[in-house]
Design a protein around this ligand. Structure first.
Ligand code: FES
Ligand SMILES: [Fe+2]
Length: 423
């Protein structure tokens, strides 16, 4: 990828083409539980390079405002959350969740000109989402399947990844790596083990890709040998601009991610598991809380994984030698994150030499690049219509002469009204 395209894709701060594009969609900000209580402590958040403050007001509504006071720039983190607003601790200015200044104790007449940036928020799937784009362009709330299920059916976690969002998200699009770095993990992980999917994945590492460009993003069809008369297809969905839906394993919960830039060197990797039609079992929920599957174990009191850059992601050379962990790192997410981090905070895209299995990544890059440049010329971004997000991932054995794209049109386009296709 050339320098111009790389720079366009990786920079997401205010005023950048990619930043403007991402601001046209609802952005996951933080877990609802981080601001659980009305009038509880506010939380600093940085998203798309902007320093912000999240809080829950007296009426229980989430708010997202600029971190700094309009008066003389004090961080409102040190302010007090009271009576539907945050009061700055320095001279007592108060701001509500719309960013309006509602009190200037020393000069009430100054209120109207003291307002700060604020973004509208909604809550879905135990997450607070904000719309950070132009006020008159706000799209309908997201309708990715897991967003609108009962709380009992969904588990959501987030982890800090110390790289640009793009190389993190590309791991979610590049399903060919599953046969390598995750090769042994699928057998020991409670949320993947004991499925036919594992057998096919391990037996055939030479995935052949068929990729379909859709109005919502990409559908990736990964073909492996199945039974003598069938192929095993893993169907991954990438939804504009940052959702990935993972092909399922047996009866285990479905999974997905959202890849959200914090700044150009960090991102939030959101990991979601869900059952469309039944609650997660206590055992599943316990495993997820313990960091199994696509979730992780944290450094206490943070969202930084225990396996991190400072300890070489707890690489275990013996496990690597003995083929208990392909890379020596344990856990799906940390296997990916460790390798993506090893590229540097922003991968040197000019030096890469792509292979045929990178076709999906190339297409996603082109679509994002085209949309970012298009928006700068006044062309509306794709997939703003949330009903386009009703798709689902799948893992399925199909007769060798069957066209998987036709099958997907009939069985995955409106996932909610279909059984889960998984083996
Ligand atoms: S800096 Fe906030 S009130 Fe003065
Ligand atoms: Fe992975």
């Amino acid at each position: 990828m050339n320098k111009e395209m790389s720079e366009t894709l990786v920079r997401t701060g205010p005023g950048t083409p990619m930043g403007n594009l991402m601001r046209r969609y609802w952005v996951p900000i933080l877990l609802s539980s981080e601001i659980a209580e009305p009038d509880g402590p506010q939380v600093r958040v940085q998203i798309l390079g902007e320093k912000l403050l999240a809080f829950r007001d007296t009426e229980g509504r989430p708010g997202l405002i600029a971190e700094f006071c309009s008066h003389r720039g004090v961080s409102l983190y040190f302010g007090r959350n009271e009576e539907n607003g945050i009061r700055c601790a320095y001279h007592g200015l108060k701001f509500n969740r719309d960013g309006q200044c509602v009190d200037v104790p020393s000069a009430p007449q100054a209120c109207p000109r003291m307002g700060i940036t604020a973004y509208p928020c909604i809550e879905r799937a135990g997450m607070v989402w904000a719309y950070m784009g132009p006020a008159d362009q706000q799209p309908a709330p997201p309708e990715v399947e897991w967003c609108n299920l009962p709380a009992s059916h969904v588990f959501v976690s987030k982890r800090l990844q110390e790289t640009n969002y793009l190389q993190a998200m590309e791991g979610g699009i590049d399903t060919s790596h599953v046969s390598y770095v995750h090769r042994y993990e699928v057998d020991i992980d409670p949320m993947h083990q004991g499925t036919k999917a594992n057998d096919y994945i391990k037996a055939d590492g030479n995935v052949i890709f068929d990729i379909e460009k859709n109005p919502f993003g990409l559908t990736l069809f990964g073909r492996r040998n199945g039974e003598p008369d069938s192929y095993y297809w893993r169907v991954t969905q990438w939804l504009f601009p940052w959702f990935t839906l993972i092909p399922p394993f047996g009866d285990h919960a479905l999974g997905g991610h959202v890849w959200v830039p914090i700044d150009d060197h960090h991102c939030w990797a959101w990991s979601i598991n869900f059952h469309p039609d039944k609650p997660l079992s206590d055992e599943e929920r316990r495993d997820m809380e313990m960091g199994k599957g696509i979730h992780v174990d944290y450094e206490p009191g943070t969202y930084r994984p225990k396996a991190n850059r400072d300890n070489d992601y707890l690489i275990d050379r013996r496990a690597q030698q003995e083929k208990r962990a392909y890379s020596g790192v344990f856990g799906f997410s940390m296997q990916d994150a460790s390798l993506q981090d090893s590229m540097g905070p922003i991968q040197n895209h000019e030096a890469e030499r792509l292979l045929p299995t990178d076709k999906a990544i190339v297409m996603a890059r082109r679509m994002l690049h085209e949309a970012a440049l298009g928006l700068a010329q006044g062309i509306e971004p794709p997939a703003l219509d949330a009903t386009m997000q009703h798709v689902r991932a799948a893992g399925v054995l199909l007769a060798r002469d069957l066209d998987p794209t036709e099958w997907a049109k009939a069985h995955l386009a409106d996932g909610k009204n279909q059984p889960v296709y998984s083996i």
